[in-house]
Ligand binder design. Structure first.
Ligand code: G1P
Length: 289
């Protein structure tokens, strides 16, 4: 029987060096797209997939991420006193059920695989999702919900995938593909950041995963891979052949918010998707292009 998916791990220990000076004293996951921080998009997406237990893998200087999901008592009392109903409403998505969010620290930057391993006590024997908040997906059905549905269909591991230009394979985890029905792809191999000439396909993993807890045992070996880091991709590769493993071509558009151009594109796309802003944004955009 497939265990229900209720847990999500959010690795947020990165330094955000690509966004300095903005991230000098602020967690990069607190950068807003329109008016909501990246981390809140990730939590809301997880919730929409039925997840109700969250673990953020944090590091030094990341306390704002924890504060963000707390009750802001003074702020809320003041808003209530002033009858600011709309502002109060806007705070709702930033509150989680008491006791539903924990953090663990990744004290040393040894890679994404190591960050996930740091959450091993939280994961226990349960299937779990991973959301990388840098990857933002604009879609009708939230991307992780699509993955959770695919997990219920196939069992085992499911990762969100998209075709990328050949010359970009060295930026992503890349699939060696088996049976492919155009939506679900059987994963026969996984390689982290291969050079275009060595890439087994141009189907890349984006930052949304549903994984089985057995991956932790492989990550625990702390084998170093690409960039001399403990790679999640390598740990996942060890599961192939032992458990079902699929890639899902999700429906939606991914924005790489870890990159300045991708982040700016996300601002425009998300603003245009907002009824309260679309006209104004469309109105000024043509001035600049
Ligand atoms: C990580 C993963 C990579 C994946 C990517 C998605 O890389 O290691 O397999 O394709 O996220 O964004 P990073 O972006 O941390 O270098």
């Amino acid at each position: 029987m497939k265990k229900p998916l209720r847990k999500a791990v959010l690795p947020v220990a990165g330094l955000g060096t690509r966004f300095l000076p903005a991230t000098k004293a602020m967690a990069k996951e607190m950068l807003p797209v329109v008016d909501k921080p990246l981390i809140q998009y990730a939590i809301e997406e997880a919730r929409a997939a039925g997840i109700d237990q969250f673990c953020m893998v944090t590091g030094r200087g990341k306390t704002a991420l924890v504060e963000h999901f707390d009750v802001a008592f003074e702020l809320e009392a003041t808003l209530r006193q002033r009858n600011r109903v709309e502002a109060l409403e806007q705070l709702k998505g930033s509150q989680v059920e008491p006791g539903s969010m924990v953090t663990v620290r990744q004290q040393v930057p040894l890679g994404l695989g190591h960050a996930i391993w740091c959450a091993r006590a939280f994961i226990g024997d349960d299937p779990f999702a991973i959301l990388l908040p840098d990857d933002l997906v604009l879609s009708e059905t939230p991307c992780l919900k699509q993955l959770a549905d695919a997990y219920r269909e196939t069992g085992g591991n499911v990762v969100a995938v998209v075709e990328v230009p050949r010359e970009h394979t060295n930026r992503y985890g890349i699939l060696k593909t088996g049976h492919d029905d155009g939506r679900l792809v059987e994963v026969q191999g996984l390689v982290e950041k291969p050079a275009p000439a060595d890439a087994p396909s141009n189907l890349s993993i984006i930052g949304r995963y549903v994984l089985m807890p057995e991956v932790i045992g492989h990550l625990a070996k702390m084998e170093r891979g690409a960039g001399n880091e403990v790679q999640l991709t390598d740990g996942m590769a060890r599961l192939i052949g032992h458990q079902p493993f699929h890639g899902l071509r999700y429906k939606g558009t991914r924005f790489d918010c870890g990159d300045k151009a991708g982040f700016l594109e996300a601002q425009i796309a998300f603003a245009l998707a907002r009824p309260d802003l679309a006209d104004a944004v469309r109105g000024f955009l043509h001035k600049y292009v």
